[in-house]
Design a protein. Structure first.
Length: 192
């Protein structure tokens, strides 16, 4: 009975502080990213590209313009990249980014939000196996995040697909390499 009362009180207090006009929330988050390669490119020796799984960690702040619209900005560390495998090729392309997503969050039902916006990524490191390739990559990445989140008792489950739009390759060799990322995170939202 006491557990039920505590749950009801916590839910009621969170409903009072969340999504009121003009309020702010902060949300630390942690999860995984599934990086992949897209664009127009050729692979070596018949190898094919595969996904790379990595860490996503950061924080997101959100301002509620009204009960159905939030404007969010975040700062995330993200391990991205891909793998090339086949015909004797076994290479992992590791890209670490500091991403800044800016999204409009549309609350379509209680706890359920649809999200879209823009994301700027700043390249922190780039390696193939242990070889540093950062100098052959562009330092700024640009993508469009689209996603959905569900909130329950201040915990937020978030799924996003970040569609890479900018060629990461500096060389003028005809390859257009874009880094895409599917990310799943769990966060905890609290009012400021």
């Amino acid at each position: 009975m006491m557990l039920l009362m505590a749950t009801v009180a916590l839910t009621a207090s969170s409903q009072n502080t969340m999504r009121e006009n003009g309020t702010f929330t902060l949300q630390p988050k942690l999860g995984i990213g599934i990086g992949s390669l897209s664009g127009n490119y050729t692979t070596r020796s018949g190898a094919s590209d595969k996904v790379r799984v990595g860490l996503v960690a950061g924080v997101e702040g959100e301002y509620y313009a009204n009960e159905w619209l939030g404007i969010a900005a975040g700062l995330n560390y993200s391990q991205q990249g891909w793998k090339m495998k086949g015909n004797g090729v076994n290479e992992t392309y590791k890209f670490d980014f500091l991403n800044i997503p800016l999204t409009a969050d549309f609350y379509v039902a209680k706890g359920l939000a649809l999200k879209t916006g823009v994301q700027f990524g700043f390249l922190l490191s780039a390696k193939v196996e242990d070889a540093d390739i950062k100098n052959s990559c562009k330092k700024l990445n640009f993508s469009i995040p689209v996603g959905i989140s569900y909130e329950i008792s201040d915990f937020v489950l978030d799924f996003r697909y970040n569609i890479g739009l900018k060629n990461m390759n500096k060389a003028d060799d005809g390859n257009k390499l874009r880094s895409d990322l599917i990310q799943f995170t769990v966060g905890y939202k609290f009012g400021l």
